[in-house]
Design a protein around this ligand. Structure first.
Ligand code: SF4
Length: 396
């Protein structure tokens, strides 16, 4: 073979090799997307292992690592064969959020601003009170309910959180505790209206209350809502055992329409009736919430109207002195005004509790930290005039 022929053969072989390589590259499918392990239920996980010829109990083993051992990386699961650990790491993700900010208050309150995988962010809080370790978690980015005094509602709702993103908040807060402490209570009272994201919420709370998850009794889990009757009825149908807290913030429709704009589409009567149905079905004592705003909903007449509204309900009323939000025109009532308001309610037979403010020094009012971080400009809602406030008719 001449030198020319050898070179021609070589170059032919090289070009055939290049073509084959290109074809192989085109055929190669992209790596399968990771599935968030916390978006799966325990049964989904069992199925996932069965499909890989693994015993179903691997699902419990995995959840024990995640919730019981506070696992950070899959490779810590030392009772999994190496190959299985690699397979889990290849297909299942555990952390999709990052801690963008972490604040501490002198009273032990800690707050996370979590950055989601799409760059959006939500807040969650750990509260320490005696032996209680309560966490407050978010269910949506932003909120569509539009409560005029709330930082979370400014800018409306951007999206619902996934089940995994809700559960991740609980785990990130659990990791702040020393090994001998455990979370005792969960309140779903952070950003968003929980009942507007009911499917993801219930799947997340299944992990919270399951013995293979955080193992927190449903009696220690509170869902806080402005009151969406259709969703409350759904909870009744599902025989939910969670505690329900209904945020009133006003004793009659005229004022509530201004403070909680979604009320214009619902009405206080429908909210109260749905709450009563939940009480009947669940047997759980209801909690009503009332954020007390100086000069807006804290008049003597409001307290009397509220006492009439709550008459006949087996309920606790949580009065929450407003936690001011920069840029919004609302203030905390004086201690004297708070005492007076609660005194009238107690005199009217209402079981009242004033909720202590926690974490004042760390922008603890829901949504403030996110707003600060995003430098969202305040779009200030006009404050209801005092003449609007006390003169409405009672809903009772
Ligand atoms: S108070 Fe709750 S329901 Fe109202 S806007 Fe804020 S997050 Fe939404």
């Amino acid at each position: 073979m001449t030198q020319m022929e050898t070179v021609a053969r070589l170059s032919d072989a090289i070009s055939r090799y290049d073509e084959a390589f290109e074809t192989r590259c085109q055929d190669a499918s992209p790596p399968a997307p990771m599935t968030h392990a916390l978006n799966m239920s325990l049964n989904d996980l069992r199925q996932w292992f069965l499909e890989r010829d693994q015993p179903a109990y691997r699902a419990q083993q995995l959840s024990r690592w995640v919730f019981g051992q506070r696992l950070r990386e899959w490779h810590q699961m030392t009772d999994f064969p190496t190959r299985l650990r690699e397979e889990v790491a290849e297909h299942l993700s555990l952390w999709t959020t990052e801690i963008a900010r972490h604040q501490h208050a002198a009273d032990g309150t800690e707050k996370h601003l979590l950055q989601l995988s799409d760059g959006r962010s939500v807040e969650s809080v750990l509260l320490r009170d005696g032996v209680r370790r309560t966490i407050c978690i978010s269910t949506q980015v932003g909120c569509a309910m539009g409560c005029v005094f709330c930082a979370s509602g400014i800018g409306g709702v951007e999206r619902n959180l996934t089940t995994g993103e809700i559960v991740e908040q609980t785990l990130r807060l659990q990791h702040l505790l020393p090994p001998d402490e455990r979370l005792s209570h969960v309140v779903v009272m952070g950003m968003g209206e929980p009942l507007a994201n009911l499917t993801a919420l219930l799947a997340a709370l299944a992990w919270v209350s399951d013995q293979h998850g955080l193992g927190i009794s449903p009696r220690r889990v509170t869902i806080s809502t402005v009151g969406i009757p259709a969703a409350i009825d759904k909870l009744c149908d599902l025989k939910s055992r969670f505690h329900l807290a209904v945020s009133l913030h006003a004793p009659h429709d005229k004022l509530r329409d201004q403070l909680v704009p979604i009320n214009r589409q619902i009405g206080l009567d429908a909210v109260m009736q749905a709450a009563a149905r939940y009480f009947e079905v669940s047997g759980r004592r209801l909690t009503f919430e009332y954020v007390l705003l100086a000069g807006v909903n804290d008049h003597d007449e409001h307290a009397r109207q509220l006492a009439r509204l709550l008459r006949g309900h087996t309920a606790l009323l949580n009065v929450i002195p407003y936690n001011p939000v920069a840029g919004l025109p609302y203030d905390t009532p004086s201690l004297e005004a708070q005492r007076r308001f609660c005194g009238i309610l107690t005199g009217g037979g209402v079981n009242v509790q004033v909720r202590e403010r926690k974490g004042d020094r760390i922008d603890a009012a829901c949504g403030q930290l996110r707003r600060q971080a995003q430098a969202v400009l305040p779009s200030i809602a006009p404050r209801p005039t005092v003449s609007d406030a006390p003169s409405g008719t009672s809903a009772s």
